[in-house]
Write a protein that binds this ligand. Sequence first.
Ligand code: AMP
Ligand code: GLY
Length: 414
Amino acid sequence: MKVLVIGGGAREHALCRALSLDPQVTALHCAPGNAGITQVALTHPVDPLDGSAVADLAVALGADLVVVGPEAPLVAGVADAVSAVGIPVFGPSGEAAQLEGSKAFAKDVMAAANVPTARSYVCTTPEEAAHALDAFGAPYVVKDDGLAAGKGVVVTSDLQAALDHAASCERVVIEEYLDGPEVSLFAVCDGDTVVPLQPAQDFKRAYDGDQGPNTGGMGAYSPLPWADPELVDEVLRTVLQPTVDELRRRGTPFSGLLYAGLAITSRGVRVIEFNARFGDPETQVVLARLKTPLGGLLHAAATGHLADFPELRWSDGAAVTVVVAAEGYPEAPRGGDPITGLAEAEAADGSAYVLHAGTRLAEDGVTVLSAGGRVLSVTATGKDLDQARGRAYQATARISLAGAHHRSDIAAGV
Ligand code: AMP
Ligand code: GLY
């Protein structure tokens, strides 16, 4: 099977790494990729947002499967363009990706499918926003309706800050504050059948102790020893299957990866958000534990054959990933600095490895330079979380990047 992966972050590096370990995958390509992905896939300088360029590349390569990683191409309809040339694609249509592309659309689907989520108002004027904020009280949750790379959400007890964020967006969703730990649960879907993966936890704030601004995610771990063993079944029954059924009923079936961001509140599980693609950095730890070959699973989803797919197999061990971010991330990340110690960070037995997010090769073709906010995702496995965490931080310590920062409390004390 020839596979083409679209995107160039740590999630795509994790996808390419897992696909490269699948014996069924005979050729692996990625567009545009990054400096790390070149080690496992042939990369192509194609704009991931350009549906016809992606479809042309897939045809030229004779791809049997295209996997679209990030949300922006999905919302732009890149999966539709690939489907139109008759190549199986893992990733939802532009219409189904509205589940992530518009928070208001997601709320509407959840209401129709009876999926538990925070009560909310969709507001388009400052007066409506002020009224909604008053109705729920502090802490205030104000979300930009459109895509914002994890940075469109403000959670604050400062009414003026909440009003200011609302005023800076065209359309906002204002909702009730959800208390309790967060869980990311991914499910592979073919429009009909839903196969949940193992849950993971992400660390959204920039600094230790959940301080600082929201980011795309600073680290993750899996499994969650504190979670109810029934959690996955419950979320499948109350959230994932009803959502997929509702989208099919609307004539926009969801095939691809459905990501439920959940809060485990004192009143039960609630959906914080849906995404229409693998989460980053949770994918790094979930795929590190998946023993079932990934290519076959994604191909079965893309071709509508999940119902016949054998039960997934998982490692009993744990995985932890630590994101190394550029100086200034998330506000104003600095790029273009050399990174050293990458080879030294890799464990000979494969228990620790570096996934690249924002990197590129320098003119010399050897030096790796930073080229993004989140630069690396240092991932490790172990028999339990303590061992995986120790290995991840040991590997992180071997890497040097001027001004970089990472959290030191990923998977600590769980
Ligand atoms: P989102 O982009 O919707 O996932 O929101 C980003 C982050 O904001 C989430 O991971 C939560 O930490 C926080 N957040 C979003 N919605 C709520 C809510 N209703 N109550 C509490 N925290 C929230
Ligand atoms: N880790 C959060 C996200 O992928 O949106």
